[in-house]
Structures are given as C-alpha cells and as structure tokens.
Design a binder for this molecule. Structure first.
Ligand code: SAM
Length: 376
C-alpha cells in the first residue's frame, strides 16, 4: 500500500495515498484498501472533546480503520488505562500498528476480529461504533460490552432509511414505520435512539442521550448506559412513542400508538411514524461541560464550527418539542410570504433555532401561536 502522512488534531498518521486509488481522476475513501475520510474530522474533533470530559478507563474503537480515532483519544483527550483498537480488515491492522508506533503508543491492544464477537467478550466504559452506513448490526454487542454508566458512541451515515426516504430499509434495520416528514432530520435520530433503547432492553439495560447531533450526512450519538430491567421498562414506557404530522395543516405531536389518528386542529388523518424516542436529546449539564472543555481545543481545525454547534444545541435543548420547519408549514397553510426566522423567534419569545435545519425552530409554545407569528 502506498502511504501518505497527514496531520489530524495533534497526531500524525499514515493513510492510503488517495492519488494511488483514483478512478477516472476521482477519489472516494471507500476505494482505498483502508478507509480514511477527511469529511469526518468534525465528527472526530467533537468526539475527542467528549472523551476528554468523560475520561473513560477502557476505550474501545471497535471499527478503527487507520486507528486515527482511538489514537486521537489517547493523545488528545485522555490517557485511558486501556486502549483497544479493532478492525476485521488485515490491511487496517498493519496501518493501525504503524500509526500507534509512529505516535509512540506501545500499550494499546490491537485486534483483527469481527467487532461483534470481540465486543461480546470484553467489558469497557467507552465503546465507539463508527461503521460504514448503519450501526444497527453492532448495537446489541456494543451495549452488552458497556458497564453501568459507560458511554456508547454511534455514528450512522444511513440517513435515507432514518429520514424516511427508504421506508422498507427503515422497517428492516430499525423496525420502525417511517415516512418523509417536515421534521425528518430530527425524527431520524429519534428512530435510531428508539431502536437502541429496545435492543438494550433485551439485555436488561437502557440508554439515555448525553449529546446527540446531526451534521453533514450523518448522526452522532453519545449515550449513557444503565443497567436494570425496571429502568429499561421505565424508559420504554415513558419515552418510546409514535409521532404524527398532519399533511394538511402541519400540526405535529407525539402519540402513544400508531392507530389511525385525526389531526385535532383540522380533522385530517395524520401521517404516523415510529416507534421512536420522545425524550430529551441532550443532557444540559453534559453540554455545559462540553462547552467548557471546548475552550482547551484551540488547535482543532473545526474550532469555530464546534463552538457554533455546541451553543446552538445548548439553546435548542431548552425546548422538548420536535422542531417545526417554517417554510413547509407556511406552504401547507398557503401563507404567501414567510417572515424571517429572527422575526418569528422574536414574536414567539421562548423559541430557538435548531441545528437540524436552518429553516426550523424549536418552541414549547402552542401550534396556534406559531401560526399567528408566521402570519404576522
Ligand atoms: N472509525 C474510523 C475513522 O474514524 O476513521 C472509520 C471506520 S470505517 C467507516 C469502518 C471500518 O469498519 C472499516 O475499516 C471496516 O474494515 C471495519 N469493519 C466493518 N465491519 C466490521 C466488523 N464486522 N468487524 C470489524 N471491523 C469491521
């Protein structure tokens, strides 16, 4: 393999030289013998900050590829007692070993295993699942390996099923009924969390989101894992719901089940998706700690973008409702001129922009008040 040295964060690593794997003059990270995607630096930068706050004893980077993620955690976030890097691709293992040596890390354990079989054998308090596409095949094994109060970190790049474009794929992978709705960017992350809650419950465990977000073309979740059948039951009963949107007037609400429901505002049959998680997506104390920790990471190339996202998420987390997409709402209601988002926010008083959508707002105010502000 022809290699190229790059710098990401504070580490220097070798990756497959993109120029050696061009097809018709173009390059896709999936065409190289080992996967490295510079578009995921934002994801890794944020994860480095999370790990610096959590300070886990045992870090498992279960799908390591070049090892960049785990190596960055160890060098930039926190020297954990154990660092485990794993990949089923033997070429990746050679690169991980080279990159560990290059960064003077002698103490890491490297496995060339199927992640699922490895995860069923080990215990850890931080497990990172950063797969190609869906994390669904790794949910049960990763939750099984995580001890009480440990953290499960998941990336999902398969937005098409989660956002309701590939309905059958959503049924297959996430066991949820899905349609494209106005707020599908948030619905998708809630369907994913809902699936993880149900899988964790099989093991008499449950999960609570500490920090979860949407960026570029993926979701990223950091979930706290807890143990106990009663806690698992309680989370399911309180937080696993369905969600309905009225195709005519845009009214939306969480629902207890997926029975035919008429919109309480205009009587039209609602489009229902789910099951999905209806609780908070963010732990406000955790986001405060992330905002504080971020100040120390002045060297990361995404410093300003991270700051903007953390502040926006901190604001929107004050509101428990799913965001309303104002342009869609205005077009459903045939409101000819959409006022600026800033004006709507001012009119509502208690409301926030959302990182999910530049045309979206979050508020706990009644639907009628939102419409009044849209029309004013
Ligand atoms: N985490 C890496 C990063 O931040 O650069 C990227 C990981 S890449 C998206 C996914 C990796 O998972 C690939 O290197 C692939 O070989 C590995 N992989 C896929 N299925 C696996 C499995 N069942 N067990 C172990 N590794 C697997």
């Amino acid at each position: 393999m022809k290699l190229k040295e790059i710098v990401e964060g504070k580490v220097k690593i070798f990756i497959p030289d993109p120029n050696e794997y061009l097809v018709n003059g173009k390059f896709d990270p999936a065409w190289a013998p080992v996967f490295y995607n510079p578009k995921m630096i934002f994801n890794r930068d944020l994860s480095v900050i999370v790990v610096s706050v959590v300070k886990p004893k045992i870090i498992v980077d279960a799908l390591s590829a070049t090892g960049v993620r785990g190596i960055r955690y160890y060098i930039e976030s926190w020297k954990s007692e154990e660092l485990i890097l794993n990949d089923k691709n033997p070429e990746a293992i050679k690169l991980i070993q080279l990159n560990l040596k290059y960064n003077n890390i002698e103490e890491a354990k490297v496995y060339n295993r199927d992640a699922n079989s490895l995860l069923y054998e080990i215990k850890a308090d931080y497990v990172d699942i950063d797969p190609f596409g869906s994390p669904a095949p790794f949910i049960l094994s990763s939750i099984s390996s995580i001890i009480r109060n440990g953290i499960a970190a998941f990336t999902a790049t398969d937005l098409s099923p989660l956002e309701g474009s590939s309905k059958l794929s959503c049924r297959r992978k996430y066991d949820a009924i899905n349609f494209k709705l106005s707020s599908s960017k948030e619905i998708g992350i809630r369907i994913l969390i809902g699936k993880i809650i149900r899988e964790a419950a099989i093991l008499e465990k449950t999960v609570y989101p500490l920090f979860s977000f949407y960026a570029d073309y993926y979701y990223r979740l950091f979930l706290k894992v807890d143990k106990g059948a009663k806690k698992a039951d309680k989370n399911i009963i309180n937080n696993l719901k369905y969600f309905g949107e009225c195709p005519r007037c845009g009214y939306q609400q969480f629902l207890q089940d997926n029975c035919k429901t008429l919109c309480p505002k205009c009587g039209t049959e609602m489009i229902i998706v789910g099951p999905l998680y209806s609780g908070p997506l963010i732990d406000s104390e955790f986001i405060r700690l992330l905002i504080e920790a971020h100040e120390k990471f002045t060297y990361i190339s995404t410093f300003d973008r991270v700051k903007k996202l953390l502040n926006l998420i901190s604001n929107e987390s004050k509101y428990t409702s799913v965001y309303y997409k104002l342009d869609k709402l205005a077009s459903k209601l045939k409101i000819p001129k959409l006022p600026s988002i800033a004006n709507v926010l001012e009119c509502l008083g208690q409301a926030s922009r959302t990182h999910f959508d530049p045309k979206g707002i979050k508020t706990d105010k009644e639907y009628e008040e939102i419409i009044k502000c849209l029309k004013s």
